[in-house]
Design a protein around this ligand. Structure first.
Ligand code: NAD
Length: 366
C-alpha cells in the first residue's frame, strides 16, 4: 500500500523506510490493510528495550501516505522517550489509521484493526489518541487484550485526557518555579491553543488556581463553550503566537513551533500537551533558549495519559496514576537543572537522560 512516488520526496538516504528522515532505528513497522472494512493503518514499534511498546492509535485524514508514515515514525519514537523519562516499564510505539474520524469509523474497522494488533502478540499495546476514543477501544478489545484506555466497566481508567492535563499542569508549575521563582500560577497569563480533551481540562485547572486564561481553537463551537464555562478570553488561531502572555500551552496538533513563529513569541514559557511541538527539536530548542523562553519538553509533561493507561496493565488504580503523574513536577525541575549545568537545551537534557536509561537497560539485557 505504500506509494513509492509520495515517499521519495522526503527521503535523504536510500529506501522507503530505512532511509526515511524520520526513521530512528525503529524495530518494526507494520502496514495493515483490509479490503472489506477499508482499514488502512500503520503500526510503528520504535523500541522495546524497557518493555512492550505502548502508544495510542491516531485516526486522521492524511493528505498522503508519506505524511502518515512520517507521523507514525516520529510519534512512536516520542513514545519511547515519554515512557523512559517517566520511569515506566514500557517501550515506544504508535499507530495511525487513515480516515476521517467523524465519518469513516465503523465497529468492523476497529475489530479488524484489533486482529492486526493481536498478531503482534503483545509487542504493541494500543490506546486512544487524536481521532479515537474509549468506545473505539471497546471494539478493538473484542479481538485483542493488548489495548488500554478502556472504560471502567472493562477494567480501564476511561479517558486519560484529565490525567494528561494534570501532568501538563504539574510541568507548567515547575516551569513557573524555574522562570518566575514561584510555582504559583495565580495571576499568570496563559494562552491555551486547542481546547479539546486535554486543553479544556487544563483550562479548568488553570482557572481554579486563578490564572488569566486565553483560548483558541478552530472548532468554534467548542471554543465558545469552554470560554464561557471558564471565563476565558478568545483569540483567533493566527493570533496565538504574538499574544503577550507568561505561558504558551500548545494543546492542538504537533509541530506548531517553527523558525517563523518563534520570532513572534512574547511568552516566557512554552509548556503544553501536544506531541512533537518543535518542528525541528535541535534548531527550535536552541532558538527558544536564545530567546530566553523556557521550554518544558512535551514528551515529559504530557506523559500523564501514558502513566494512566500503564496503570491499567497492572489493575487500574486512579490514585496511584495521579501520584505518579504528580512526579512530573520534580522531573521537570531536574531536567531544567541538568540543562543549565551542562549548557544544553531542555529537550537535549531530557533526551540525554532517556539515552542513559536505555543504554543501561540494554547493558543489563546483553
Ligand atoms: P483533541 O483532538 O481532543 O483536541 C485538539 C483540539 O485542537 C481540537 O479541539 C481541535 O479543534 C484543536 N485544533 C486543531 N488545530 C488547531 C489550530 N490550528 N489552532 C487551534 N486549535 C486547533 O486532542 P487532545 O486529546 O486534547 O490532545 C491534544 C494534543 O495533546 C494532541 O497533540 C495529542 O497528541 C496530545 N496528547 C494528548 C494526550 C491525551 O491524553 N489525550 C496525551 C498526550 C498527548
Amino acid at each position: 500500500m505504500l506509494d513509492v512516488k509520495e515517499v521519495k520526496g522526503t527521503q535523504t538516504g536510500s529506501g522507503l523506510i530505512f532511509g526515511h528522515p524520520s526513521f530512528a532505528d525503529h524495530e518494526q513497522v507494520v502496514f495493515c490493510y483490509d479490503k472489506n472494512t477499508g482499514l488502512k493503518a500503520i503500526i510503528a514499534i520504535h523500541d522495546t528495550t524497557l518493555g512492550p511498546a505502548l502508544g495510542g492509535t491516531r485516526m486522521w485524514n492524511y493528505q498522503s501516505e508519506a505524511e502518515a508514515l512520517n507521523d507514525v515514525l516520529r510519534l512512536s519514537r516520542g513514545m519511547t522517550y515519554k515512557a523512559a523519562i517517566s520511569g515506566l516499564g514500557l517501550g515506544g510505539g504508535k499507530a495511525v489509521i487513515f480516515g476521517d474520524s467523524k465519518t469513516q469509523k465503523t465497529p468492523e474497522l476497529f475489530r479488524r484493526y484489533g486482529e492486526f494488533i493481536e498478531t503482534l502478540s503483545g509487542k504493541y499495546i494500543t490506546a486512544e489518541d487524536v481521532g479515537t476514543s474509549t468506545s473505539d477501544m471497546v471494539f478493538i478489545h473484542e479481538r485483542t487484550k493488548h489495548v488500554t484506555g478502556l472504560p471502567e466497566n472493562l477494567g480501564g481508567g476511561g479517558d486519560p485526557s484529565p490525567v494528561t492535563a494534570f501532568g501538563v499542569y504539574m510541568g507548567m508549575k515547575a516551569s513557573a518555579k524555574q522562570q518566575f521563582g514561584s510555582e504559583q500560577l495565580n495571576g499568570k497569563r496563559v494562552m491555551v491553543q486547542g481546547v479539546g480533551h486535554v486543553g479544556q481540562n487544563l483550562v479548568r485547572l488553570l482557572t481554579e488556581e486563578g490564572a488569566i486564561v486565553t483560548v483558541s481553537d478552530i472548532n468554534q463551537e467548542n471554543l465558545n463553550a469552554v470560554a464561557k464555562q471558564y471565563g476565558a478570553s478568545i483569540v483567533a488561531p493566527d493570533k496565538v503566537y504574538e499574544q503577550a502572555v507568561d505561558i504558551y500551552a500548545p494543546c492542538a496538533l504537533g509541530a506548531t513551533l517553527n523558525t517563523e513563529n518563534i520570532g513572534r513569541l512574547k511568552c516566557a514559557v512554552v509548556a503544553g500537551a501536544a506531541n512533537n511541538q518543535l518542528a525541528d527539536e535541535n534548531e527550535h530548542g536552541r532558538m527558544l533558549l536564545e530567546k530566553g523562553i523556557l521550554y518544558a519538553p512535551d514528551f515529559l509533561i504530557n506523559a500523564g495519559g501514558l502513566i494512566n493507561v500503564y496503570s491499567e496493565l497492572k489493575g487500574y488504580n486512579r490514585e496511584q496514576a495521579m501520584e505518579h503523574t504528580r512526579k512530573i513536577y520534580d522531573t521537570t525541575l531536574e531536567i531544567f537543572a541538568k540543562a543549565e549545568a551542562e549548557s544544553l537545551t531542555t529537550i537535549q537534557a531530557a533526551k540525554a537522560i532517556v539515552e542513559e536509561r536505555l543504554a543501561s537497560a540494554r547493558q543489563v539485557k546483553a
